[in-house]
Design a protein around this ligand. Structure first.
Ligand code: IMP
Length: 421
């Protein structure tokens, strides 16, 4: 069974891009299966830093086939820009396929995203990329898809109809209207560039599975942002857990072998929503500064807090994580003591289960266990046996609380700052 899935286990930004890049050393194909350009996967190679939003992180490895699966919402103009940006830096980026079933994001989705946020009783703090509205259109069955990029007349008719529908909504809200023909011209220009990439990628993947090729599915965001299982309504609009790879790429569950769960040694979140272990003090500031915790897509400062074993265990359970990848361990280097949340107290009742209701999550009092810090710089550590004892104890406690083995440890942003546990 050649398919492995890699997912984020928290609220995104766990360092998946780098890990995918490290793991793609011996894979044949990298597949994205959900989300869109709300994701921002940072890959550092030597002194170069790349931020990918839609293109799978395998793009830097020559010979690795990259697939944008049916489960994504793809902004065609943003995809063309991203590809041109990568090519401008000397990377061929010619080994890419786009699913004919992927949903497309247009300007009206982005405008609707902004409008929803403006009028919302409870702002979600979206990335503003039109992700939610595009998934809404998918479910209301009026979405425009990858296959339409290959047929300019059909694309134009569908775009005009949908843009007109949105213009009515914008008019009612007193918002600016879309200049339909001007926007359509931009869409058609991007479509002409992307049409040669469009395929039924489920067949591409099935053929690769048949040939025993190694396939890595690259999750975006994290399990706690899953639309079904996360901190609803403060979630993204797709299934971010590993099961999303089956529906979002057309991969049968029987083809899946390992699930890698990427987990930061502490916790961060961008946007609104409950975050039980969030820190508002100097410790939080230190995490943000040392971890360079600013959004890769929006540049927003990330909220920072201690490792939350209740939330992470739940997310790893849902994804069936059997290989944990701990990132950013070095960010904890300067702390005398490190707190780990082992349970929640809600209205005086202790639980280790992750609640559904946002109202309960907002009331959580984290139950902390204190662990001694290691007060040693880890950024030059190259193997697990070089880790200080307290760092090893911390990792062992993380693994125990989650109930999965740690496979890989990362102590810095570069490819060479990663080693086997
Ligand atoms: P949307 O995905 O733009 O609709 O945003 C919904 C929520 O998911 C917001 O809280 C975003 O900040 C969050 N989100 C979306 N993409 C990412 C990501 O790649 N990393 C972290 N948070 C994300």
């Amino acid at each position: 069974m050649p398919v492995d899935i890699l997912v984020g286990t928290q609220w995104g930004d766990e360092g998946k891009g780098k890990l995918i890049d490290v793991l793609t050393g011996d894979v044949d194909m990298v597949v994205r299966f959900q989300g869109g350009n709300n994701a921002g996967h940072t890959v550092e190679i030597g002194s170069e830093r790349y931020v990918l939003h839609l293109v799978p992180s395998g793009i830097f490895r020559p010979g690795v086939r990259c697939v944008i699966g049916n489960g994504l919402v793809v902004d065609p103009i943003a995809l063309v820009e991203e590809l041109e940006g990568i090519r401008a830096r000397g990377i061929a980026a010619d080994n890419l396929e786009l699913s004919d079933r992927a949903q497309l994001i247009f300007i009206y989705h982005k405008r609707a995203d902004a409008l929803n946020e403006k009028g919302a009783v409870r702002k979600i703090g979206t990335t503003g990329r039109g992700i939610g509205p595009a998934y809404c259109d998918k479910m209301r069955r009026s979405g425009i898809r990858g296959c339409d990029l290959c047929k300019p007349e059909i694309l134009s008719a569908k775009f005009r109809a949908e843009a007109a529908r949105y213009n009515k909504i914008f008019a009612e809200a007193g918002a600016e209207l879309i200049d339909i023909e001007k926007e359509l011209a931009l869409v058609l220009e991007a479509a002409a560039k992307l049409a040669p990439l469009v395929r039924n990628t489920a067949y591409t993947i099935a053929q690769a599975v048949k040939e025993g090729k190694k396939i890595l599915c690259e999750g975006a965001q994290g399990g706690l942002l899953d639309v079904d299982h996360g901190t609803y309504p403060f979630v993204t609009s797709s299934n971010t857990i590993s099961g999303g790879a089956c529906t979002g790429a057309g991969i049968p569950p029987t083809a899946v072998r390992n699930v890698y769960g990427v987990i930061k040694a502490y916790t961060t979140r961008v946007g609104e929503g409950p975050f039980p272990t969030e820190l508002f003090d100097a410790d939080g500031e230190l995490l943000r500064a040392r971890g360079r915790e600013f959004g890769a897509t929006t540049g927003r400062p990330r909220r920072c807090g201690w490792f939350d074993a209740v939330a992470s265990r739940y997310s790893c359970m849902l994804s069936g994580v059997n290989k944990l990848v701990v990132t950013k361990l070095d960010v904890l280097d300067e702390f005398d003591e490190i707190a780990v949340c082992t349970a929640y107290e809600i209205d005086g009742v202790r639980t280790t289960e992750f609640p559904a209701a946002v109202e309960d999550l907002e009331k959580v009092k984290p139950v902390y266990e204190m662990m001694p810090g290691w007060k040693t710089a880890l950024d030059a550590v190259t193997s697990a046996d070089q880790l200080p004892e307290n760092a090893r104890k911390y990792l062992a406690r993380m693994a125990e609380l989650i109930g999965a083995d740690i496979e890989i440890i990362s102590v810095g942003p570069r490819r060479d700052q990663t080693f086997k546990a």
